[in-house]
Structure formats: structure tokens, C-alpha cells
Design a protein around this ligand. Structure first.
Ligand SMILES: [Fe+2]
Ligand SMILES: [Fe+2]
Length: 292
């Protein structure tokens, strides 16, 4: 079986469409508000979503995608569909990335067997999550393929260094997933929708373990190699910056329910994040020019 696949090698059936990942934008140290909005529209949008955002713009001001949506709002159905679809695609890619990590490094004699064991355990979990989110898509009336897929997650799962893999996928991306899940649980609770909040809470328990794999393995694999450790920390900073979504994620304050996608402090602490780790993520955003 082939090792070290690229994103082009990922197979999908005819239901799926792809949108490119704007890596240059995501890694930039300085961005403009317009670039952030364009990118988010490209990543999240479909025709229904674009129409919703254009209607908002017609009322004055820019498209309001950086806010939390409440169940009683008119555009809540399209937002929750978009969110569920994005998570569903993320679960599939998490399964694929963990599967690759279990297989790609089997020739590396220095890599502990427990690493592959943890990645295999993760595959088992992610398979269950794909099933769960497939059912949640049915629950919110969304078809698979209704929104475009971006290969955001898998892109960071293609590194040839296992420590970078777990930093990119487990620590950074699944850390972001904890924030998104926390937000989805909050949405489900305020909508009185037990199916949503209980299912997502159940999946979150596994994700905490996966984020912990990232914390533990990135340190364990680099403990005796300061040069590799420095390279990994540098990579981590870049990925944290990419996942700040152009720095417009709000104040990262979990107590402030008005902000777009605050950090899920409680979940992240369960996954082994220290206060310093949380401060690093919160401070990772690029400089945003022209912020409204
Ligand atoms: Fe998952
Ligand atoms: Fe996961």
C-alpha cells in the first residue's frame, strides 16, 4: 500500500465537490478583512449560504459570518447545515489522516509501537464519528455534498514527520474541532434539540483524547532532540495562526456568548492544554488590516 499520500490522492465518489485550501492566506502574518471574508465564503459557502450573506450585506455593512447564530434566527437552518457538513467532512478526513499516520511510519524503528496503537484507536473513534455526523446531517435535513469539501485537515496530515502530523491534526485541528463542538452543543441546548447536543457531546469525549494524543506525542517524540522540538514548535505556531481563521474568531472568551467561536477552555484543559498553551492559541492570529 502506498505511503505518504498527498491530498490529490484522496478518493471521493460523485456526491462530493472540492474547494481549494488557501494555504498562503492561512499562513500569512498580515491579512485584510476583505481577504478573510472572501476566504470564509469560499470555505463555507454554497449558493444558499451566499444568498443569505448577500441579503445581510444589502441591509448595510459586510456579510455577518463572524457571529454566533441563535436557533430562533431566520438563517439558523442554513448555518447549522453548513456547520454539520463541515464537521462531517472533517471527521472523514480525520479518519483518513489517522489511518495514514498508523501506516506511513511502520518502517520507522524509533517510533514507539504505542504511537501506531493510538492512531489505530483514533481511526476506530473517527469511523464512529462519521456515522454519527451522517445521521446528524439527516437530522438537520442536509445532504452529503450539499456544501463543498475543503481538504484543510488532511493537508496538515501529509507531513513526513509524525510529530508534525500530531501537532497539525491532533493538537491544532482537533483543538479547533473542540471549539466548534462546544459551539454546536451550545446551539443544540438553546434549540432544545437533545439529538444535536447529546450526540456532539458524546463525540467530544473522544476528541479530547485525540487532542491529548497531539499534546503527548509532539512532546514525547521530540524530548531528546532540541532542534526537532524547535521545528515542531515553529510549525505549531503557523498552524495555530491558520486556525485563528484570519484572526476574526472574536475575543476567545468562553464566557462571552456573543463572540464567534470562542476557545473551548474547559475541553482544551481536559485535553492537557496549559494556561500558556491556551494563551499561545489565543495570541496566534495574524495582524488584520481594515478591521471593522
Ligand atoms: Fe472525530
Ligand atoms: Fe478526532
Amino acid at each position: 500500500m502506498k505511503k505518504l499520500m498527498t491530498t490529490d490522492d484522496l478518493a471521493r465518489d460523485e456526491r462530493f465537490r472540492r474547494t481549494p485550501v488557501p494555504l498562503d492566506f492561512l499562513m500569512a502574518e498580515e491579512v485584510t478583512v476583505e481577504q478573510v471574508e472572501e476566504t470564509m465564503l469560499m470555505l463555507l459557502g454554497n449558493d444558499e449560504m451566499r444568498q443569505t450573506l448577500e441579503q445581510q450585506s444589502a441591509g448595510g455593512g459586510g456579510p455577518n459570518i463572524f457571529r454566533r447564530v441563535r436557533p430562533e434566527e431566520d438563517d439558523a437552518p442554513v448555518f447549522i447545515k453548513s456547520q454539520m457538513h463541515g464537521i462531517f467532512m472533517g471527521e472523514m478526513q480525520a479518519l483518513e489522516a489517522a489511518g495514514r499516520s498508523a501506516w506511513d511510519f511502520t518502517d520507522d524503528d524509533e517510533l514507539p509501537w504505542k504511537f501506531q496503537f493510538d492512531m489505530a484507536r483514533q481511526c476506530w473513534d473517527e469511523t464512529r464519528h462519521v456515522e454519527t455526523y451522517s445521521a446528524l446531517l439527516d437530522h438537520v435535513g442536509c445532504d452529503i455534498g450539499e456544501f463543498a469539501e475543503n481538504l484543510f485537515l488532511f493537508e496538515f496530515g501529509c507531513s513526513d514527520d509524525p510529530a508534525e502530523r500530531v501537532v497539525g491534526v491532533n493538537r491544532c485541528l482537533e483543538g479547533l474541532a473542540l471549539d466548534v463542538f462546544n459551539d454546536t452543543i451550545r446551539f443544540g441546548r438553546s434549540a432544545d434539540d437533545d439529538t444535536i447536543w447529546k450526540s456532539v457531546d458524546y463525540v467530544s469525549a473522544d476528541e479530547v483524547t485525540h487532542v491529548r494524543f497531539g499534546q503527548v506525542w509532539s512532546k514525547a517524540l521530540t524530548a531528546d532532540d532540541p532542534e526537532r522540538r524547535a521545528k515542531i514548535v515553529n510549525f505549531q505556531r503557523k498552524v495555530d495562526r491558520a486556525f485563528s481563521l484570519g484572526g476574526l474568531r472574536g475575543a476567545y472568551d468562553g464566557a462571552n456568548t456573543e463572540q464567534f467561536l470562542p476557545l473551548a477552555i474547559e475541553f482544551r484543559k481536559l485535553a492537557g492544554f496549559t494556561d500558556q498553551d491556551i494563551a499561545d492559541v489565543a495570541g496566534a492570529a495574524p495582524k488584520v488590516k481594515g478591521r471593522r
